[in-house]
Design a protein around this ligand. Structure first.
Ligand code: B1M
Length: 211
């Protein structure tokens, strides 16, 4: 792999946003392809951070600063990606369910999804089933990522699953669920398409569901 792509990956993992910006600028000047900068530099670094996060080798702050470095690199890369017609892996609508205001984990999931090459539409907090479905239609999304942190609000995930199943999006949009009180057993019980225990696993799961 080209040395500059390796440097982008390494600096992203260390969260050095300014260095990542400068390196992406330099790589573009050196005529490195936009897709290579994205896949072998930025996404490769974010993927490794995700793996380390899953193994508890790094924690939330390291993921946040790596994601910030990735955003900085993406700002420089976006126009070149558009010119090269590099398509996102798919669109995911994320949000915290109705009645629930916790968004730290949901935001982390969004960052890992972006790090996994997805376009993310963030519906925010306190999102009802109809809004999830509307945003899917508006953005041609194929995956919903619903987060809940309260035992009293996780039950609202069933309404999202049922609303999708009853709509024209049935079979086209998959629902993945997560958040501290959510389990695989709960996911199975409400008929959701998948459960992920952490943000990095959510990005892996979305890749499977979006196929
Ligand atoms: Co709240 N709160 N809170 N709170 N709060 C908890 C969740 C609680 C466990 C604290 C406790 O009692 N020990 C408890 C819930 C109890 C329960 O239901 N079993 C609780 C409560 C009771 C409440 C209030 C009711 C308190 C009150 O007012 N009496 C109230 C509810 C408000 C509401 O939502 N309607 C409330 C309010 C708040 C604050 C506003 C003060 C604040 C939220 C700020 C914010 O999010 N912007 C807050 C916080 C910060 C917490 C704790 C301390 C931390 C949550 C957090 O951000 N964790 C929490 C206690 C705790 O967890 N130690 C607590 C870090 C975050 C990275 O983890 O969100 O789990 P988490 O995300 C993980 C995974 O779960 C997963 O990925 C992330 C990591 O990789 N994940 C997904 C998350 N979403 C996913 C989606 C996926 C896949 C994976 O796919 C789509």
């Amino acid at each position: 792999m080209s040395a500059i792509l390796e440097q982008i990956k390494e600096n992203l993992m260390k969260g050095k946003a300014n260095d990542v910006k400068a390196l992406v600028t330099q790589a573009l000047k050196e005529k490195v392809g936009a897709a290579d900068i994205l896949n072998k530099g930025l996404l490769a670094g974010m993927g490794l951070i995700g793996e380390r996060f899953k193994k508890n080798e790094v924690y939330v702050p390291e993921v946040l600063i790596a994601a910030r470095a990735m955003k900085a690199g993406m700002e420089i890369l976006k126009p070149a990606l558009a010119d090269a017609k590099v398509q996102p892996r798919g669109v995911v609508v994320i949000g915290t369910v109705k009645g629930d205001l916790h968004d730290i984990g949901k935001n982390l999931v969004g960052m890992m999804l972006e790090g996994g090459g997805f376009k993310v539409v963030d519906a925010g907090i306190n999102v009802d089933a109809a809004k999830f479905v509307d945003l899917c239609r508006q953005n041609n999304a194929t995956v919903i990522g619903a987060s809940a942190l309260l035992t009293t609000t996780m039950t609202n995930m069933k309404e999202i699953v049922d609303t999708v199943k009853k709509s024209d999006l049935a079979g086209k949009v998959k629902v993945m669920v997560g958040g501290a009180p959510v389990t695989q057993a709960f996911c199975d019980e409400i008929g959701a398409d998948g459960y992920a225990p952490d943000a990095a696993s959510a990005a892996d799961l979305a890749k499977k569901l979006a196929k």
